[in-house]
Design a binder for this molecule. Structure first.
Ligand code: PGA
Length: 256
């Protein structure tokens, strides 16, 4: 991991935890992170309904709180959607955009992300943008092409200044929730491709963007993944729902 970039670990709860469960988790996490200080940046992505509870408990101790999606419009007739301003109003500091479950199960498109990413930045929210290939795309030798398409679309209208609070999570779809983690070498190869695209487009500033690996990250594989030069942290699903396990992953990110 580069010393230029502070490690960043984010936990994505997905559709899990009531407000009461969230509150208990936050107490345990704050205790588990106690001695980490500025060595690692940490964020939690709770469901919309728990955003205010989690933000109230964790923002004061320096943990970021990200929604798992948002609509790009300021307001309007979009039943079931939540705007960026509403998320900020609930206390969120950021938003996760383009998660593969949104793309695969709910029709999230690259075109929508072209609008969502700059809208989130304009709303003052930090962004974790997710990209990643399917198993068929990897087997067909299309991984790099897929990552290029996704990253280029999402950043089309983002200028250099917009990168300040943006991280990119590489999440191979075949590794999400499957227990099949990418090897550190494979993760590094994909991250190096993303780094190259960012540097091509933004020059030296592209070097400052944190690239997170996601897909079956656990306390016992986090350190070797994050030891790779372009793996600057992790986006953790299943293993983030247990506060102690998630805190252990955050500690592993510091050690490397
Ligand atoms: P997982 O999920 O850690 O359970 O594989 C990762 C993600 O979907 O962000």
């Amino acid at each position: 991991m580069s010393t230029l970039r502070t490690p960043f670990v984010a936990g994505n709860w997905k559709m899990q935890k009531t407000r009461g469960e969230a509150e208990a988790y936050c107490d345990a996490l704050a205790a588990g992170l106690d001695e980490l200080d500025d060595d690692v940046d940490v964020a939690i992505c709770p469901p919309f309904t728990a955003l205010d509870v989690v933000a109230g408990a964790l923002v004061p101790v320096g943990v970021g709180v990200y929604a798992q999606n948002a609509h790009q419009a300021a307001s309007g007739a979009f039943t079931g959607e939540v705007s960026l301003a509403m998320i900020a109003d609930a206390g969120a500091t950021g938003v996760l955009l383009g998660h593969s479950e949104r793309r695969q199960l709910f029709g999230e498109t690259d075109d929508a992300l072209t609008e969502k990413v700059p809208a989130a930045i304009a709303a003052g929210l930090a962004v974790i943008l997710c990209v990643g290939e399917s198993e068929a795309e990897r087997e067909g030798g299309q991984t790099e092409e897929r990552l290029t398409t996704q990253l280029t679309a999402a950043l089309r209208d983002v200028d250099e200044a917009g990168l300040a609070d943006l991280a990119v999570a590489y999440e191979p779809i075949w590794a999400i929730g499957t227990g099949r983690t990418a090897t550190p070498e494979l993760a590094q190869a994909a991250h190096a491709h993303l780094r190259g695209l960012l540097e091509e487009r933004y020059g030296a500033v592209g070097h400052t963007v944190r690239l997170l690996y996601g897909g079956s990250v656990k306390a016992d594989n986090a350190a070797e993944l994050m030891a790779q030069p372009d793996v600057d942290g992790g986006l953790v699903g299943g293993a983030s729902t247990q506060a102690e396990e998630f805190a252990a992953i955050c500690r592993a990110a510091v050690r490397t």
